[in-house]
Design a protein around this ligand. Structure first.
Ligand SMILES: [Zn+2]
Length: 170
């Protein structure tokens, strides 16, 4: 069973490619650029064998990579739920401006026609970078509930395409 230790997350070594009797090998170089000797090199090699030789290693690394991927995409479903990305809400509330030209839209979820004549406010999706594939649907919604539904549709399709549970964050 592997456990990622934060304090040793960054390796103190880099690898230098070397040729040994015509075959490819590696030696370790430390942060100051000095080559490390066989004691340290073999110690690291044994530790690599220990970790990679564990029967559950692939599954453990896959799980780690999944949570890193979700983190990189700005999600923390357990802490902030599914409507927050990179610490910010994925939708916002807007107000129609009395002094600008009258405009209207159809709610991207329920299809209701929305304009200042119907209601003073509307909602819209703000952060869909990398999540949304097509531009065919409206990102504007008549209500916060419909904005959540629009986001749910984007998110669940993305989760499905990336082989995550579509229940994440619910
Ligand atoms: Zn609606």
């Amino acid at each position: 069973m592997i456990h990622r230790s934060i304090s040793e997350y960054f390796s103190p070594y880099t690898l230098q490619k070397v040729e040994v009797d015509g075959k490819e090998g590696y030696v370790l170089i430390d942060r100051e650029g000095y080559y490390k000797g066989p004691d340290e090199g073999i110690d690291i090699a044994l530790k690599l064998l220990l970790a990679y030789g564990d029967a559950g290693i692939q599954k453990a690394l896959d799980d780690e990579n999944k949570s890193i991927h979700l983190e990189n995409m700005g999600f923390d479903f357990q802490k902030t739920g599914r409507y927050v990305r990179h610490g910010k809400p994925v939708y916002k509330r807007g107000e129609f401006d009395l002094f600008k030209r009258v405009w209207s839209f159809h709610c991207g979820f329920c299809g209701k026609k929305v304009s200042i004549d119907v209601q003073p406010e509307y909602w819209y999706i703000v952060d869909q970078h990398g999540i949304r594939k097509s531009n065919t649907l409206s990102d504007r919604a008549c209500s916060e509930i419909c904005a959540k539904h629009i986001w749910d549709e984007y998110l669940e399709l993305w989760l499905k395409n990336n082989r995550y549970s579509t229940e994440l964050g619910k």
